[in-house]
Design a protein around this ligand. Structure first.
Ligand SMILES: [Mg+2]
Length: 413
């Protein structure tokens, strides 16, 4: 008798995705027992985080305060307390670090943990996941949901499906029966637009994606997204849990039309580029020492200018001030020759320890972390820097206050 098995023996489910539930709202409920069990909304003008009680009334992140109040008249609105969230994040990451050396933080309240090598000293991944949830509850007082699976993607989907305050284990032989009935929106990297494009072709579930040949998905979504979606729908996700990703530089650029640009217009482009690239730097746990400005002109010639700092940074405002200095030195040529492309690259990368990124003692860095987090949850338009408001299709939101210096704006200036 032959038992048929896939050619490469499947690894066991040993990647954990751990994600705090309604993080900011849960901290508020923890610290003020009168809020327990009640709908809590963090953020006054715009919803930054809604407790599950408020979500039950249809309140969502990035919703306007007035609409949230209409949907949930009993809700308690509270001002965000950044320091409390940063402290809670530090405490939760201490629990993660006590669990395994292989922790990859992906936002202020979320991480992947590889616990595959710990069976002999700490037990099975499932035992470890249960203990992790109990430890976060006991030591930090917060609910956390956990997915356990063979790949990062499946673990992340599993934690999302298990919410709130849940645990979900995807056994290697049940991956298809778990994943395929889920709507395409659960797929990592599928946004509203892509989902709509798939819906138009009658593709509603991940199982629907899995039966489309890769070439068909590439035709629908483009080469990168098509291949990505095809692999994930077949549970192929070889990305390991990486405590710090190794990259030599991180860059972004923006092509501009050929019309003349005022210095103010170029500055707005620069602010957007720096904002994006600094956020990506922080997301992958790095600091940069060198800021590179790249310009392309109407006649297709190029110019590159760079500046290296004494100390590496992931701070948006500091990076922006360096980039502005570089741009200032190019304005005359930019005016004369016309700029058609602006790029910002951060190089000379160093690995930040989590303290430097997530436990920002400097207030501005700390605000960066919270802004990153809001964008991570609600999309990149949930918070815009003041200079960008009204330019991108974003939701207008008052900039987060800087408790140390209320008179100084957070971004852009
Ligand atoms: Mg979360």
């Amino acid at each position: 008798v032959f038992v048929s098995r896939p050619p490469s023996s499947p690894a066991t489910a040993s990647i954990i995705h751990a994600d705090l539930d309604a993080f900011f709202a849960s901290v508020e409920q923890r610290d003020d027992p009168s809020l327990g069990g009640r709908p809590v909304i963090v953020g006054i003008g715009v919803v930054m985080c809604a407790s599950y009680e408020a979500r039950a009334c249809g309140v969502r992140g990035a919703m306007g305060g007035r609409e949230a109040r209409q949907r949930c008249p009993d809700a308690v609105f509270v001002e965000p307390r950044m320091q409390a969230y940063a402290d809670a994040s530090r405490a939760v990451f201490e629990v993660f670090d006590d669990t395994t050396p292989l922790v990859e933080g992906i936002s202020i309240d979320e991480a992947f943990l590889d616990v595959g090598g710990l069976r002999r000293i700490a037990g099975s991944p499932i035992d470890i996941a249960h203990r992790l949830r109990a430890a976060v509850r006991l030591r930090v007082g917060l609910p956390i949901s956990v997915g356990v699976a063979r790949t990062k993607f499946l673990a992340k989907v599993a934690s999302a499906v298990s919410k709130p305050d849940g645990i979900l284990v995807v056994d290697p032989d049940r991956e298809s029966s778990f994943l395929h009935p889920l709507p395409v929106e659960r797929m990592w990297g599928i946004g509203a637009k892509t989902a709509q494009r798939l819906h138009q072709r009658g593709i509603r579930t991940i199982g629907d994606i899995a039966v489309v040949p890769e070439a068909g998905l590439v035709a629908m979504l483009g080469p990168a997204a098509g291949r990505h979606v095809h692999s994930l729908s077949h549970h192929r996700d070889p990305r390991p849990v990486l405590p710090a990703r190794r990259r030599r530089s991180i860059g972004t650029q923006r092509a501009l039309g050929r019309s003349p640009k005022t210095p103010e217009a170029l500055d707005i482009v620069l602010v957007g580029l720096v904002d994006r690239v600094a956020r990506r730097l922080r997301q992958c746990g790095r600091l940069a020492r060198t800021v590179v400005l790249r310009l392309r002109f109407d006649d297709f010639t190029r110019a590159t200018r760079s500046h290296t700092l004494d100390h590496a940074t992931a701070d948006t405002a500091l990076t922006l001030s360096v980039a502005r200095g570089l741009m200032a030195g190019s304005l005359a040529r930019a005016h004369r020759d016309g700029v058609t492309l602006v790029g910002i690259t951060l190089a000379n990368l160093e690995t930040a320890d989590r303290e430097q990124l997530m436990l920002p003692f400097a207030t501005r860095r700390h605000v960066d972390a919270v802004v990153d987090d809001v964008r991570h949850r609600y999309g990149s338009t949930a918070i815009n820097r003041a200079v960008l408001l009204g330019r991108d299709a974003g939701i207008e939101m008052p900039l987060l206050p800087d408790p140390a210096d209320p008179s100084s704006p957070v971004g852009g200036t």
